[in-house]
Design a protein around this ligand. Structure first.
Ligand code: NBX
Length: 833
C-alpha cells in the first residue's frame, strides 16, 4: 500500500515549499506577534500559523476579485443572518492541498499540530442546520467556481457556550473574538450608513411629482469584514462579507448632544449593540426590536454594497437582477424585498412597476420550517417604529398583490385574509414569509417531502396562486469538512482505492460498492471506525469523566434540543431497555453507548428539562452495578462544529427520529451516513431520500408517516390510551413519575410526563412501540459484525447525492442561472515576497 501523508493525498500544484512555510511562520511570529519562540504562547503560534496560511491565500483572493471585476460576471449573493463556519485553519489547509506539508513543518519546528488547530476559537455565528447550510453552500460555490458572496452579520458573540452543571444546561457568552481573528480583513472604505426609526414626509420634487422622504431617528454605520472562502483545489477565493455596526462619525454627537458626553457615549453603545449578539432560535423573537434592527441592518448594508459594485462596473440599474441573484436564507433577510423597493423608488427615483420587476427577478426564497409557530411575524407598531417607510411600501405591495388575488379568486374573502402580508386577526402583524413569497420569483423547500408539504400546507395558498414559483432543492453538506478534514483515515482508505476524484464528485463513491463484499476491505473499514471510536472515547473521558467502551455501539443523537426532534423518545427507549436488562440479565443485546449532544434555547424551558432528563437517566444507569456497563448514557457538552467533526466519524448509529412532517430536511443525518453510520429514523425530511439512496435494507425505519400523523390528529389523538394499553410504555412512564430518575423527586419530570399523557403534540406515544421494536432490530443487526459493516459501507458510498455541490449545481441551473468563472491567477508569483 502507498504511504499517505495524512490526511489524504495531495497534488503538488503549488510552488510552496516547506522551507518557505517555515520562514513565513517564524517571520509572522516575530513581525506580527512580536515574539521569539522562547516567549511565545500557544495562541501566538496559532496566530503565526494562521497568518502564514492567510498570506498564501491572498494571491487567489485578489486574483478572484480582479477576474470577477473584469468579467462583470453574474454573481450569487447568499443573504443569511447566520453562517456557522466552524474553524477555518484546517479547512483552508485541506482546500489548498497543503494539510500534510503544513503538519510536517509544524512538527519539525517541535510544535504539536493538533494543539495548534484546536487553539482556534470556532466562529459559531449560527444556531444549527440553517447556519451550517449557509457555510456548506459557500464552500461549494467556491469549489464550483461560481462568483458568489455570503452576506451576514459579524456578531461579536456567537451561539452561547454550553456547560452542564448538576445535569442542567448553563450558558456562557461566546467570546470568539477575544484572541483576535486572523481570517478577516476590515474594509472601512466600503462602510454603509443605515437609517432607523423616525418618520416619513411627503414632498414635491422639482418635476412636480409627489415623493416620500424618510427622516430617520438615528443612523448607524455598517463596516464590512471580509473573509476569504477557498474552493477545493481551485484558484477561486470568494468572500464572506459580515457587517459590524458602529456609531458614525458623521452623525456628529457634538451637534446633537453638545456637552452631553454620557449621552453621546450612550448613543455609541446603542449603535454597537446591533451586531453584538446572535439570537438563539426558538425564543419568542416577535417582540424583539433589536432582532428586527439586526435583520434590516445587514440587509440594507448588503443591498447598498451591491449597488456600489453595480456603479463601479458601470452597469445600469435596470440590469440589477441580471448582475445579482439574491437568495433569502429563510425569512430573516426578507425585509430585503421592501428595502430594494425603497432604494429604487426613493433614492434612485425608479417607477414602481420597474422597481417591482427588478425586485421580483432578483430574489428567491428558501423556507426551512414547517412549524407554523416558527414563521416570523412582526407586530405592526414595532415595525412602524423601526421601519416607518418600509411599512408604507409593504402596504402598497400588499394592496397591489391583493388586487391580483381578487381577480384570480373572485369573491373569496377568506383567501384574501389568508394571503395578506398583514395578519389582521387580533393584534396586527407583518408576515415575513408572505413578503418573501410575493417578492421572489422562486420559492423552495429543502427536501422533497418538505417541498411537497409546503405546497399542501404552510404555503398552500401561494402554491395555488403561483404553482410555477415552487421548487425543491434538497440540502447537502460539504465532503471537504465533513469527510476529508474530520475523517482523514476514512478519506485515505477511499482514495487508496478510487483516487481523489470523489472529493469534487461525490457520486464516484459508488465505485466502492463491490468492496462491501470484500472481507479485507470490510476489516479495514471496521478498523477505521474503531480507531475513531477510541479517539472519541478519550475525548468523552476528558470532558465528562465517563468511561465508555469503544467495543460498544456508539448511538448518537446530536442536534438542537427540541420537542419535535424527540430526544425524549430516545430516552423512553433507553429506560425501557434498562428495565428489561434489570429484569433479565441474560438478555442478548450488544453493549451500547447512547450519546446526546445539542443546545437548548435559553428561554425554552421544556428543552432545558429534556437535557436534565437525559443526564438524570444517565446518572442512574451509568452507576447501576447490575448493568455492568452494558449500556451507558452520555451527554456531550457544547455540541458545535468542532465537536461534530469528532462525532460523525465515531458513530455507528444515527438517531433521526422527529415526528414525520416536522423536520424540514436535516443535514446531520447526511454527515452521519457519509461517515458510515446507519440511520434509525422516521420518514421525515431528507431521511426519505437517504433511505432511497442507501436502500431500504440498509436503513432502520419506524413510525407513522406524515400522512398518518395528519390522519391520527384529525381523528382525535389520545395519548392516554397508549399509556393504558401498552404495559411497557406504562412501566417507563411510571418509573419517571415515581422519581426513579430524580432521587425520589416526583415533581422534577412531572411537567414532561403530564404533557405527554395529556397532549403529546409530537406523538411520542403513538410511535413508541414501533421505535422500541426497531431498536431491537438494530441491536440484532449489530451482533452480526460482517453484515453491519457491509451496511455501513453501503451507507457511505451511496451518499453521493448529499454533497452540497449537488445542491449548489441545482440552485445554479434552476434558480440563479449562474455559471462558473474559472480564475486566472495574476502574474506568476503565488508567494508573498
Ligand atoms: O434548517 C433547519 C431545519 O430545522 C432543518 O431541518 C434543515 O435541515 C436546516 C437547513 O435547511 N432550521 C434551522 O436550523 N433553523 C434555525 O436555526 C433558526 C434560526 C433562527 C430562527 C429560527 C430558526 N429565528
Amino acid at each position: 500500500m502507498e504511504q499517505n501523508t495524512a490526511p489524504y493525498r495531495e497534488h503538488n500544484r503549488t510552488s510552496l515549499t516547506k522551507e518557505k512555510l517555515k520562514q513565513g511562520f517564524l517571520d509572522n511570529l516575530y513581525f506580527i506577534q512580536g515574539k521569539f519562540p522562547t516567549l511565545a504562547s500557544r495562541n501566538d503560534y496559532y496566530l503565526a500559523l494562521a497568518y502564514t496560511i492567510r498570506d498564501r491565500m491572498l494571491h487567489r483572493w485578489i486574483s478572484t476579485a480582479t477576474n470577477y471585476y473584469e468579467s462583470g460576471a453574474r454573481t450569487v449573493c447568499y443573504l443569511s443572518a447566520e453562517f456557522l463556519m466552524g474553524p477555518h485553519l484546517g479547512n483552508n489547509l485541506v482546500n489548498m492541498g497543503i494539510f500534510g506539508m503544513v503538519k510536517e513543518v509544524v512538527e519539525e519546528l517541535g510544535l504539536n499540530f493538533e494543539e495548534l488547530l484546536a487553539q482556534e476559537e470556532e466562529p459559531g455565528l449560527g444556531n444549527g442546520g440553517l447556519g451550517r447550510l449557509a457555510a456548506c453552500f459557500i464552500d461549494s460555490l467556491a469549489t464550483l467556481e461560481i462568483p458568489a458572496l455570503g452576506y451576514g452579520i459579524r456578531y461579536e458573540f456567537g451561539i452561547f457556550e454550553q456547560t452542564i452543571v448538576d445535569g442542567w444546561q448553563m450558558e456562557k457568552t461566546d467570546k470568539w473574538l477575544r484572541n483576535g481573528n486572523p481570517w478577516e480583513v476590515p474594509r472601512p472604505e466600503w462602510a454603509q450608513e443605515v437609517r432607523l426609526g423616525g418618520h416619513t414626509e411627503q414632498y414635491t420634487d422639482e418635476n412636480g411629482r409627489l415623493r416620500v422622504r424618510w427622516v430617520p431617528a438615528k443612523i448607524v454605520l455598517g463596516i464590512p469584514y471580509d473573509t476569504p472562502i477557498l474552493g477545493y483545489r481551485t484558484n477561486t477565493a470568494n468572500t464572506l462579507r459580515l457587517w459590524k455596526s458602529e456609531a458614525p462619525e458623521s452623525f456628529d454627537f457634538e451637534v446633537f448632544n453638545r456637552g452631553d458626553y454620557y449621552g453621546a457615549v450612550d448613543q455609541k453603545v446603542t449603535s454597537e449593540n446591533i451586531s453584538k449578539v446572535l439570537y438563539p432560535n426558538d425564543e419568542q423573537l416577535s417582540g424583539k426590536q433589536l432582532r428586527l434592527e439586526q435583520q434590516y441592518f445587514f440587509v440594507s448594508c448588503s443591498l447598498r454594497d451591491m449597488l456600489r459594485v453595480l456603479a463601479i462596473q458601470n452597469i445600469p440599474l435596470s440590469r440589477f437582477h441580471e448582475k445579482f441573484a439574491v437568495q433569502l436564507n429563510d425569512t430573516h433577510p426578507a425585509i430585503a424585498v421592501a428595502e430594494l423597493m425603497r432604494l429604487l423608488l426613493d433614492e434612485y427615483l425608479v417607477d414602481w412597476d420597474d422597481a417591482w420587476e427588478i425586485t421580483q427577478r432578483t430574489f428567491a426564497y428558501t423556507n426551512h420550517t414547517l412549524l407554523p409557530e416558527a414563521l416570523e411575524q412582526w407586530p405592526l407598531p414595532l415595525f412602524a417604529s423601526v421601519l416607518p417607510r418600509h411599512l408604507e411600501i409593504i402596504f402598497e405591495i400588499n394592496s397591489r398583490f391583493l388586487d391580483e388575488v381578487r381577480i384570480k379568486f373572485l369573491g373569496d374573502e377568506a383567501r384574501l385574509a389568508r394571503l395578506s402580508l398583514i395578519n389582521e386577526g387580533g393584534e396586527r402583524y407583518v408576515r415575513m414569509a408572505h413578503l418573501a413569497c410575493v417578492g421572489s420569483h422562486a420559492i423552495n423547500g429543502v427536501a422533497e417531502l418538505h417541498s411537497e408539504l409546503l405546497k399542501q400546507d404552510v404555503l398552500k395558498d401561494f402554491y395555488e396562486l403561483w404553482p410555477e414559483k415552487f421548487r425543491n432543492k434538497t440540502n447537502g453538506v460539504t465532503p471537504r469538512r465533513w469527510m476529508i478534514l474530520s475523517n482523514p483515515s476514512l478519506a485515505s482508505l477511499v482514495s487508496d482505492r478510487i483516487g481523489n476524484g470523489w472529493v469534487r464528485d461525490l457520486e464516484q463513491l459508488r465505485q466502492l460498492e463491490p468492496m462491501a463484499d470484500d472481507a479485507d476491505f470490510r476489516k479495514e473499514w471496521w478498523d477505521v471506525k474503531r480507531a475513531n471510536k477510541v479517539a472519541f472515547a478519550q475525548y468523552i473521558f476528558k470532558r465528562t469523566g465517563i468511561l465508555v467502551d469503544p467495543e460498544s455501539m456508539f448511538d448518537f443523537q446530536v442536534k438542537r434540543i427540541h420537542e419535535y426532534k424527540r430526544q425524549h423518545l430516545n430516552v423512553l427507549h433507553i429506560i425501557s431497555l434498562y428495565r428489561r436488562l434489570k429484569e433479565n440479565p441474560n438478555l442478548e443485546v450488544p453493549p451500547r453507548t447512547f450519546l446526546f449532544g445539542g443546545k437548548a434555547a435559553p428561554g425554552y424551558h421544556t428543552a432545558k428539562r429534556m437535557i436534565k432528563l437525559i443526564t438524570s437517566v444517565g446518572e442512574v444507569i451509568n452507576r447501576d452495578p447490575d448493568i455492568r456497563d452494558r449500556i451507558k448514557v452520555v451527554f456531550v457538552p457544547n455540541f458545535n462544529v468542532t465537536t461534530g467533526q469528532k462525532i460523525y466519524p465515531a458513530a455507528d448509529l444515527s438517531e433521526q427520529i422527529s415526528t414525520a412532517g416536522k423536520e424540514a430536511s436535516g443535514t446531520g443525518n447526511m454527515k452521519f451516513s457519509m461517515n458510515g453510520a446507519l440511520t434509525i429514523g422516521t420518514l421525515d425530511g431528507a431521511n426519505v431520500e437517504i433511505r432511497e439512496e442507501v436502500g431500504a435494507e440498509n436503513f432502520f425505519l419506524f413510525g407513522l408517516t406524515a400522512d398518518e400523523v395528519y390522519a391520527l390528529r384529525a381523528s382525535g389523538y389520545h395519548p392516554y390510551d397508549y399509556y393504558n394499553t401498552n404495559p411497557h410504555l406504562k412501566d417507563v412512564i411510571d418509573l419517571l413519575r415515581g422519581g426513579s430518575f430524580s432521587r425520589g423527586d416526583a415533581d422534577l419530570f412531572r411537567g414532561l410526563t403530564d404533557g405527554l399523557l395529556h397532549h403529546d403534540p409530537y406523538l411520542l406515544f403513538a410511535d413508541f412501540q414501533s421505535y422500541v421494536d426497531c431498536q431491537e432490530e438494530v441491536s440484532r443487526a449489530y451482533l452480526d459484525r460482517d453484515h453491519w459493516t457491509r451496511m455501513s459501507i453501503l451507507n457511505a458510498v451511496r451518499s453521493g447525492k448529499f454533497s452540497s455541490d449537488r445542491s449548489i449545481r441545482q440552485y445554479c441551473e434552476d434558480i440563479w442561472k449562474a455559471e462558473p468563472v474559472p480564475i486566472t491567477l495574476l502574474g506568476q508569483n503565488e508567494e508573498p515576497t
